[in-house]
Design a protein around this ligand. Structure first.
Ligand SMILES: [Zn+2]
Length: 90
């Protein structure tokens, strides 16, 4: 399995990590339910998770989401759909 972030043993399929929970606030908002396809315009800056494979990306508002060939899915994973995981200010 691939590792990334310089942390041995971290697999690409694990959830996002953070150290200090006092630096994140939980809110309920419909923007977290939206799904966005490859190349669509990023509506809010933040960290997004692919619903098919759990890969995470950082994306800036108004930039396009990564293109279709960013990563590959099996048939069972379906299409690439990005969902907001952490909404950042900028
Ligand atoms: Zn994916």
């Amino acid at each position: 399995m691939p590792t990334w972030g310089g942390l041995p043993g971290r697999k690409a399929s694990t959830m996002a990590w953070y150290q200090d929970q006092t630096r994140l606030s939980r809110i309920a908002n419909a923007v977290f339910d939206e799904e966005h396809g490859p190349g669509e315009k990023v509506p809010h800056s933040g960290i997004y998770r692919c619903k098919g494979c759990n890969k995470e990306i950082a994306a800036n508002v108004s930039d396009p989401f990564p293109p279709q060939n960013h990563h590959q899915h099996s048939i069972s994973q379906g299409s690439v759909r990005w969902q907001l995981l952490v909404w950042t200010q900028y």
